[in-house]
Every structure is written in C-alpha cells, then in structure tokens.
Design a protein around this ligand. Sequence first.
Ligand code: ZN
Ligand code: ZN
Length: 234
Amino acid sequence: MSFKKFCPKCGKETDKLVGNECLDCFLKKTKLFTIKSQKILVCKHCNKAIIKGHWEDLSENLIEGEVASKVKLNTDFNLEDYKVLVELQKMGADEYEALVKIKGFISGNLLEQEKIVWVSLKGTLCDSCMKLDAEYREAIIQLRGKDKEESEQMLKITLDLLNKEKAKDSLSGTSKIVELKTGFDLWIGSKKAAVKVSRYVAKLYSVKLKVSSKLIGEEKSGKRKYRFTFCVKL
Ligand SMILES: [Zn+2]
Ligand SMILES: [Zn+2]
C-alpha cells in the first residue's frame, strides 16, 4: 500500500511534485524561460538575412533557429535534457508569429511551457549587394535651384537631413549624386526617407513638391515595383 500525495496548494492528488507543489501550480507562477519579439534584417535584393553577423539565405528554418537561439532559460532551476521548439506562422508579408515551446526535466518531472512572440523582417541591403549595386535606388530627389549656388545650398540641406534619417535606416543615404546643369539628382535607397526629406525641403523653400513614378518591374509576388521621383523646383 502506498501513501497518496496531494498538492498542498490546489489539493490535487499527484506523485509529481516540484518542491512541494504540483507541476501545474509550479508552472503557474514560474517562467522556465524568457524570449522577446525578434527583428531580422533581410536584404531587399538577394533575400539573405543577417544572422549572428553572417548573411544567410532566408528560410523558415533559419528564422526558427534564430528565435530558438534567443531563448534565455531561467537559471533559478536546473532544467535538464531540455528541448526548444519553434513553430512559425506567417501573419503578413514581413511578419510571423512564433510559438516557442520548451520541454525539459526538473527533479525527474517532465515540464512544458510555451510563449508566443512576434518576428518581423526588416528590409535592408546586405554588404555585397550594397557594393555590387551602388546604384540601388527606390527614389530620386531632384533639387532644382534658380541658379547653381541655390542648388548647392539645397543639396547641403538635403544631405544633412538624409544623414539624420540614415542613423535610423541605412538605406536612407544617397547611393549617387548626379550633378546637372539644372541642379542635382540624389539617388536614395529608401522611398520613405525620400518622401520625408523632399517634403521638408519643399516646405522650407515654400514650393510644391512634384511627385512622379515609373514602373521598373515586378516583384516575385507579382506586385508592381515603381521608382518615385520627388522634385523640388524653385
Ligand atoms: Zn497544485
Ligand atoms: Zn543582398
């Protein structure tokens, strides 16, 4: 005859105790691990992702591995023979929901806990594409002063603004500055930055921003790709 054991917290009859409570009670107040939502940088050109300092072909396996590697175990317990499982679910073009599950043993009892985090993919350019394609551009800012001096002043202001944007997004820089008789063309890696900066410059000079676009191709998804031109003409 064996004695029955009860959890002193919830009264459930069980042999499986961690410390002096049942597994359910233990897991209710204990986090076996922590993990934050993740951001992964992906090259817009070659679809490689930067993982631990290296550019690798993007795949769901790669994302799962990256998420699993960011799990931090709670060091208050000695979780033995543990396994980390990650299941991804695509929620949008650049977003996944990741179900992170941990299984392991504490004092011989199998424990399991899970958490859901977000994984977002953020577009950038990898080093090699940046070098190979120095002419990469999503947008062009055209600066047209009344004379050369004015155009140069506009250029200075615009570059200052773009540099500030570059601190937030490396694609906000200029990949090329073309000098023309009528002014300057600036090639910008990020359309968002080009809109923001050209709008600001137009406002500064109290002129209307002229926007035009040109179809430059199609993405793999079939979505049409445009290149935008923002012209600030005095
Ligand atoms: Zn209990
Ligand atoms: Zn690339």
